[in-house]
Design a protein around this ligand. Structure first.
Ligand code: ATP
Length: 696
């Protein structure tokens, strides 16, 4: 049932069966990620060349691609070595030259016999006042020139491949296309005016003008939708599989939650209350929860997590909260501790630092069920850590976990409810791509009374002034972060810059006033430097972006970001979110290295205009592209071949609801449309999804 449908076999065959593809070319294609005819078909042209036939080169303005029929004139071999071979040709109105470097005369004589007619196409240029085409792309007798398309698609190229090879191979791959039943809902297809799948591929590979290359062209939109749909079906299958696993319902009776709420010096926001209710009903259901809590910086995720943990404890279960770093684990612990105390819950922290007797005692208490909530790093999931009755795992900042890893976690089958928290607001289309297998709760409202952070742009050329202001602020008892420029390629360079800035600020502000943390430091040293800043011993903390995520020092009210132009907007927003948490008015200084491009200035100004993380991330996506917004490599965000998450953002949401509906009506993909969807999964290599069907 889960084998690959026979109709698809030709598309999964070897590349060498395609025109113009020998063993060598096939290997080059494989190295470029094109392993089979299907991959070739999914590699769409990125642009096109106008090769409409002209009467004369006079009809165009050089430099530009031109296609004309000519009569071959005189051959002019090079007089001195190193000069090119020239062939004079004549079109309807004028003459020009074809130019060849390192060419053999006898070969060219044969190819372009004087007096014969040829259709030539290539880039026309003026050189010393003479019109010429260097190495034309096409030179064919008029009878064969029909093969030159009026608009020639241009494929993304890898070393060793030529447009001609790609063109020819793609044509013969198109000839292999089977006629498949459609996986798209017929009503939707009709509404959008989308062609059939095979027809869409034909159209996409044979654009007639640049309009046909637009992501909004029906053929392209359909193919993008197919890709998103395949991905969403896999996510939906993962969601179903993950949810199936739980047995215990943890309804709770609310008595611990009431104690926590009664002890709060504030009232939960509407968004917090909503999220708490959504999570609460998931926990109370017998299906496993797989939910994302998305909340902007400082939106109060800790309370929401605590309320969920309380509900679990009320039902007699245990909960765990996991953070990516030691610092953050301890900080979560510090944040949860007063709430747990109010409820009378026993909360402990466990990290890699716990060793020997302490660790053994904690593990024993955990296994007994005496510790009700455990906070820690990934150490909490080590082999020797046994819970008495673990029911909820709260995982903070899981950007570094992709869908695949989450699915593996699910497959391992600890039937615990999972709540993933992220402080990075990401645009909806990206959230769907990355977390489409999860349900989502959003904290889109900040606690009242937060003072806006004054944000300003200033040139690094005014460094002396900046440092003088910082000195004055420190004298007033304020604390400041100083974030050093982001150097993507090298943590070492980044560290050197941070050390350098540290020394300069220390010289300017005095011994003992400035601290330093960076990613290359041993954990203990980093923790110690953080602790000195938290306690107020040091007033200025020079840091690389290690502080980006989650650090909470209420007294810090100044954020200096050096090389602000090197950061993503969402990242700057996160960094700025580190201040503005206390009573004092806060400042964020975005220090840029002049000259700042117009676009660069526009980006940074968005931060000055708004503190709404979602708006900032949408703008960021528009300006930079999906991969950059969250860093594709570590994000687990799938790489789409056709779909463009910026320009086709709307399709993602439709694909998700369509995929969920398809599986709701036909969970095992048995019905005709479901069967068709299996082909889609095969075609788009969502084999993971296919395996999940077989589990079901
Ligand atoms: N409803 C509320 N009203 C007032 N203050 C609140 C409210 N909810 C939370 N807070 C306070 O806001 C601060 C930030 O909350 P919390 O640390 O939970 O934010 P967060 O969402 O985890 O943000 P980040 O990801 O930036 O750490 C805390 O000091 C918390 O006590």
């Amino acid at each position: 049932m889960t084998g690959r449908p026979e109709a698809l076999f030709p598309l999964f065959g070897t590349l060498t069966r395609l025109d113009g593809v020998g063993a060598k070319t096939a290997q080059v294609m494989i190295d470029a990620g094109i392993a089979k005819p299907a991959d070739l078909l999914l590699t769409l042209p990125v642009s096109g060349v106008d090769r409409r036939r002209r009467g004369s080169i006079r009809e165009v303005i050089a430099p530009c691609i031109v296609t004309v029929e000519v009569t071959i004139g005189a051959h002019l071999p090079p007089k001195t070595k190193g000069k090119p071979y020239r062939v004079t040709v004549e079109d309807e109105q004028t003459s020009f030259q074809l130019v060849f470097f390192h060419a053999r005369g006898d070969y060219l004589q044969k190819l372009l016999p004087t007096g014969q007619r040829r259709v030539v196409s290539g880039k026309l240029e003026l050189f010393d006042g003479i019109a010429q085409i260097v190495h034309p792309d096409h030179m064919l007798p008029p009878a064969e020139a029909e093969t030159i398309p009026a608009f020639e698609p241009v494929y993304p190229l890898h070393a060793g491949l030529t447009q001609k090879t790609m063109w020819k191979a793609t044509r013969s791959a198109l000839a292999l296309l089977p006629d498949l039943p459609d996986w798209i809902d017929p009503a939707q297809k009709a509404r959008e005016g989308w062609p059939d799948w095979a027809q869409a591929l034909h159209l996409a590979h044979n654009p007639q003008s640049s309009v046909d290359l637009s992501p909004h062209h029906p053929a392209r939109a359909r193919l993008a939708y197919d890709e998103l749909m395949a991905h969403q079906i896999t996510l939906a299958l993962a969601r179903i599989t993950a949810r199936r696993a739980k047995g215990v319902a943890s309804a709770g009776d609310g008595h611990l939650q009431t104690r926590v709420l009664a002890d709060l010096p504030y009232r939960p926001t509407g968004a917090q209350t909503r999220a708490i209710a959504e999570i609460g009903s998931d926990l109370a259901a017998p299906l496993r929860m797989n939910r994302l809590l998305q909340g902007d910086v400082g939106s109060g995720k800790t309370l929401v997590a605590m309320m969920a943990l309380c509900q679990i404890v009320e039902s007699g279960g245990q909960g765990v909260m996991m953070a990516p770093t030691e610092i953050l684990a301890r900080q979560h612990y510090a944040g949860l501790e007063p709430l747990a105390a109010a409820a009378g819950i026993r909360l402990e922290v466990l990290t890699g630092r716990d060793k020997g007797h302490d660790r053994a005692t904690k593990l024993a208490a955990l296994a007994q069920g005496e510790i009700q909530i455990l906070v820690g790093t990934h150490a909490v999931f080590q082999k020797d850590v046994h819970f008495h009755d673990l029911r909820l795992a709260v995982i903070d900042e899981q950007h570094r976990f992709g869908v695949a890893q989450r699915m593996e976690l699910g497959a391992k089958g600890r039937a615990v409810d999972v709540l993933v928290m992220t402080a990075t607001p990401i645009p909806r289309s990206l959230a769907l791509a990355q977390y489409g297998d999860m349900d989502v709760s959003v904290l889109d409202e900040k606690p009242p009374g937060r003072k806006p952070v004054q944000t300003a742009l200033v040139s690094a050329a005014r460094m002396d002034e900046i440092v003088a202001k910082l000195r004055a602020a420190v004298a007033e008892g304020r604390q400041a972060y100083w974030v050093c420029p982001l150097v993507e390629e090298s943590e070492v360079v980044e560290m050197t810059a941070a050390e350098d800035r540290f020394k300069r600020l220390r010289a300017a502000l005095g011994e003992g006033v400035v601290g330093l943390v960076h990613g290359q430091m041993p954990v203990a040293e980093k923790d110690a430097a953080m602790a000195r800043f938290v306690s107020g011993e040091t007033r200025v903390l020079v840091a690389t972006t290690v502080i980006e995520v989650g650090v909470n020092v209420p007294n810090a009210s100044i954020m200096m970001i050096e090389g602000a132009e090197s950061f993503g907007l969402a990242q700057l927003h996160q960094l700025r979110g580190r201040v503005g948490r206390g009573a004092a008015a806060s400042t964020c200084l975005l220090i840029y290295q002049p000259p700042l491009s117009q676009n660069g200035r526009k980006r940074l100004e968005i931060l000055r205009e708004t503190e709404d993380g979602f708006r900032i991330s949408e703008e960021d996506l528009m300006m930079r592209g999906a991969g950059d917004v969250i860093g594709t490599a570590q994000s687990g965000l799938p790489r789409f071949r056709i779909a463009d998450l910026e320009r086709q953002a709307g399709l993602m949401a439709v694909a998700q609801s369509d995929a969920r509906k398809l599986l709701h009506d036909d969970p095992d993909l048995q019905m005709p449309r479901g069967q068709a969807a299996r082909s889609l999964l095969w075609l788009l290599e969502q084999d993971r999804g296919i395996r999940l069907i077989s589990i079901g």
